[in-house]
Design a protein around this ligand. Structure first.
Ligand SMILES: C[S@@+](CC[C@H](N)C(=O)[O-])C[C@H]1O[C@@H](n2cnc3c(N)ncnc32)[C@H](O)[C@@H]1O
Ligand code: SF4
Length: 304
């Protein structure tokens, strides 16, 4: 069984997706970044690693401008070497690297991936990126993202790419009116897709306050129920994993606005973020949990 420990290195990101729960957080400077990487290295050398067999790094954005400082890049390369050694020694089985993939220059991500590729280990890397039908890509960024996915496949054919998409009202409507087709998208880009519930993160007291700024973000229940039926009819995405929390890391170390904290056993929780703010995720117009509706739907179609 995969037991993944995931480290948020920093929240810094230049992409400014409209919905991002990291927007507005204080940014880490280069010294903070080095400190964070050092603490991950110490964790990897400690007895605490005995509980895990996979390691994930997440931002913000790990790559892009965040590694333009040569010292910080050197630290990440040291961390990459360490992870490659752990893979080789079979201390861990997989490394997850999260990235928005919206950068023009491939040099930074290449220098990290080469550390694994040169030892024949890219098959053990999982690139975790994201695609959203609204709020993510401005200007030419969707093209840049698609080209980067293709380029990764070309340079590292054995490395799997995983995409996360937020089930927003906009996404639900685009699937229903057939302007977005999940299966075609996955086939075209050769990616596996997984889905997230929208949530208000740490900035808003609840989803209703968040909704005032992003009326297209949280799905209406009626639309979502139609979406489940449509997807069941036309694709294979509605299965036991749909909106399930067991695809999350077991333990996540991240800044929750009060400091760097540990959130553990996340698979037992029905939330994609480890905070306890009321109404943090789900429907725009109902307190019923989206995942509960998915479970009832799966039961109804005999696919539990
Ligand atoms: C914070 S990002 C970090 C990785 C990378 N920058 C990316 O965008 O893939 C991790 C995931 O959180 C998701 N996310 C950000 N804000 C969200 C929100 N308000 N509700 C649900 N998911 C959100 C993103 O879409 C992404 O899939
Ligand atoms: S790319 Fe990721 S971290 Fe950056 S703003 Fe978008 S969701 Fe947030």
């Amino acid at each position: 069984m995969r037991k993944l420990v995931q480290f948020e290195l920093w929240k810094n990101c230049n992409n400014c997706c409209e919905f991002c729960f990291n927007n507005g957080f204080l940014r880490n400077n280069d010294e903070d970044k080095k400190h964070k990487i050092k603490s991950v290295l110490s964790f990897l050398d400690s007895d605490k690693m005995a509980d895990y067999n996979a390691v994930g790094l997440i931002g913000g954005e790990i790559f892009d401008r965040n590694l333009y400082n040569e010292d910080v890049l050197e630290y990440i390369l040291t961390l990459s070497d360490k992870l490659a050694e752990m893979l080789e020694a079979q201390q861990i089985k997989q490394v997850w690297l999260a990235t928005g993939l919206m950068f023009d220059s491939f040099a930074v991500i290449d220098s990290v991936l080469n550390k694994f590729d040169s030892r024949g280990l890219v098959k053990n890397i999982l690139i975790c990126t994201s695609y959203d039908t609204r709020g993510r890509f401005t200007g030419n960024k969707e093209n840049i993202w698609r080209n980067n996915v293709r380029l990764l496949h070309k340079r590292y054919p054995k490395m799997p790419i995983h995409v996360e998409t937020i089930v927003t009202q906009d996404f639900v409507e685009k699937v229903l009116n057939k302007s977005f087709n999940v299966d075609e998208f996955c086939n075209e880009l050769d990616v596996h897709i997984d889905f997230l519930e929208p949530n208000c993160g740490f900035h808003y007291p609840n989803k209703y306050e968040h909704l005032k700024f992003l009326p297209w973000f949280y799905p209406k229940r009626e639309s979502f129920l139609k979406f489940l039926q449509e997807c069941h009819r036309s694709s294979s995405i509605i299965n036991k994993d749909f909106l399930s929390s067991h695809t999350r890391s077991y333990t996540l170390y991240m800044d929750d606005g009060k400091g760097y904290s540990k959130f553990t056993n996340r698979a037992q929780k029905d939330t994609s973020l480890p905070c306890d703010i009321a109404n943090q995720n789900g429907y725009a117009d109902s307190e019923i949990e989206m995942r509960k509706d998915v479970e009832l739907f799966l039961e109804m179609i005999g696919n539990e």
